[in-house]
Design a protein around this ligand. Structure first.
Ligand code: XMP
Length: 530
């Protein structure tokens, strides 16, 4: 295991991902973690970047005992400065930030296989790297060598003469640093000596065994299914582990995509054999959403109504279980557990040493569910990143189109209809969205795009059809590429694909006479319109 100590950089989780991409298990912990509290002994430690300066009064610092652990340490950006600060180097405060690409020149210190050169071994003499920092090193700590520099940073990378300590000013974890992943590989594989044995094949077996052990021979588990990758993979794992003692519930909230509830039922129940109940609660949701325009209100209503419906359904399963229990025979036991598809990024957010980062929109999923039922949580995916969940899904024979599916927000089409939500507005958006996604798939572009969807703008625009003037609503198309949805770029479509989509939507969807394409990046826009 590699321990990554987080000083609050927006890129910290990417360091963890890059290690996992080398099939090495890495765990992110706040920099304030007590080493004695760790449940594992790290083979190496990476210190992340940070928005702070080591000289700020409230800047975060690491337990200086890490430098005595006798394991390799790599400091990245602030992590380098923190290491230098702890080992008596000098960091210069700076009023301006360096942000962007830089050309890293690698210094060859020794010939042969000296550990001082190990970080960049075999990576050539130059590489493009990404810089994002204010302060920088102005004097290296005693016993350190400079192993790379840039035009503006004479100490862009340093290494200790005898101990396995390395520091780099640039960010190897972002894809803009072209060979950054290889630099991380050099550290964790060559320097720390980790083996590449973190694979999803191994994870499946271990996790199924763990679930069986936690759940014991009796007792049921319930869980909500959205039709997305995470809940489907989590459900399939539960099904493999405990079969029909797992009950999946899907709530049709009336703002799903076209025919979605039906398709999810076919896939999960008929094809994967999962014990699934679909509850059609669309009337209840749509009546509560009537006349509501404020997006946060929509999210709250959908979140709360979801909990009501789910609880009611869970109570039915509970009652049936009680009845069976009374009958004796080989009853499967009472409902004791609630399955959640929590992923590692959610865990990271909740353990941040500064508390969760500012939420721009409330992401309403299954939080705070079923307090009264006193269910214990079971979270089989809490160690995994999304791409790992997709690999797991393929190994569990979940069909590729589902595994590769773009994310879909819990509040569904309600936050893609910019005015009040009505059945008619839902119908229009469902049809337009369906055409859009169908054409993206036909063009073979679906997997290139991180998320694509249509948005219904409740404004009326003038058009012409035959001899008649029309006065109808507008569809906006959105498609983005993104690594983690914290930032996103709008996707550049081939013109003929857009032309076909636009022509199909205006011809086939009643009520739409105009289609626009959203060319805003995040930031300053967000991915969703609401
Ligand atoms: P934004 O719009 O915040 O979206 O840039 C980033 C990602 O989050 C999804 N999203 C949501 N997901 N409930 C969810 O489950 C929500 O309320 C919600 N709002 C946004 C969005 O689809 C994108 O993938």
């Amino acid at each position: 295991t590699i321990l990554i100590l987080d000083f609050g950089s927006q890129y910290s989780h990417l360091i963890t991902r890059r290690c996992r991409e080398h099939n090495v298990y890495a765990e992110l912990q706040p920099c304030t973690v007590k080493l004695a509290d760790l449940h594992f002994k790290p083979k190496g430690i990476i210190l992340s970047g940070s928005p702070y300066s080591v000289y700020d009064n409230d800047s975060p610092h690491v337990d200086s005992a890490v430098f005595e652990l006798k394991v390799p340490i790599l400091g990245i950006c602030y992590g380098l400065q923190e290491m230098a600060w702890a080992l008596k180097g000098k960091v210069e405060r700076s009023d301006h930030r360096e942000y962007g690409f830089a050309q890293l020149q690698i210094n060859k210190i020794h010939d042969g296989d000296s550990p001082v050169d190990a970080l960049f071994r075999g990576l050539g003499e130059e590489m493009q790297v990404w810089m994002s920092h204010g302060d920088q090193l102005c004097e290296i700590p005693p016993d350190f060598h400079v192993i790379a520099h840039t035009r503006t940073a004479p100490f862009a990378a340093v290494a200790h003469n005898t101990k396995p300590f390395y520091g780099i000013q640039f960010h190897p974890e972002v894809t803009h640093s072209l060979r950054g992943k290889e630099v991380i590989g050099r550290f964790i594989l060559d320097i720390c000596g980790c083996r590449s044995n973190w694979t999803m094949e191994e994870f499946i077996g271990k996790e199924i065994a763990r679930i069986r052990e936690i759940c014991g021979p009796k007792g049921r588990v319930i869980g909500a299914i959205s039709g997305g990758v995470d809940s489907t993979v989590a459900a399939k794992l539960m099904h493999e582990a405990i079969g029909d003692r797992f009950h999946a519930i899907m709530v049709d909230n009336g703002v799903l995509r076209l025919n979605e509830a039906q398709q999810v039922y076919e896939m999960l129940n008929k094809n994967l054999g999962i014990n699934l109940t679909v509850v059609d609660a669309s009337d209840l949701f749509l009546s509560r959403l009537q006349d509501i325009e404020d997006p946060e209100k929509k999210r709250k209503i959908i979140g709360n109504t979801f909990i009501n419906v789910f609880e009611e359904e869970a109570a039915k399963i509970e009652a049936a279980a009680d009845e069976e229990e009374k009958q004796g025979a080989d009853a499967k036991g009472r409902v004791e557990w609630l399955l959640q598809g929590t992923l590692y990024p959610d865990v990271i957010e909740s353990i941040s040493f500064k508390g969760p980062s500012a939420t721009i929109k409330t992401h309403h999923n299954v939080g705070g569910l079923l307090k009264d039922m006193k269910l214990k949580l079971i979270e089989p995916l809490r160690e995994l990143f999304k791409d790992e969940v997709r690999v797991l899904g393929r190994l569990l024979s979940i069909p590729a189109p589902l595994v590769q599916r773009h994310p879909f927000p819990g509040p569904g089409l309600a936050i893609r209809i910019l005015g009040p939500v009505t059945r008619e507005q839902v119908r229009i958006l469902q049809q337009a969205d369906n055409i859009y996604i169908e054409e993206i798939r036909n063009a073979g572009l679906y997997d290139e795009i991180s998320q694509a969807f249509a948005v219904l703008l409740p404004v009326r625009a003038v058009g012409v059809m035959g001899d008649a003037r029309t006065y109808e609503q507008v569809i906006a198309l959105r498609a983005v590429q993104s690594e983690d949805f914290m930032t996103a770029d709008w996707y550049v479509f081939p013109a003929e694909v857009l032309r076909r989509i636009s022509s199909r939507i205006t011809n086939e969807v009643n009520g739409i006479n105009r289609v626009t394409y959203d060319i805003s990046s995040k930031p300053p826009a967000t991915v969703e319109w609401l």
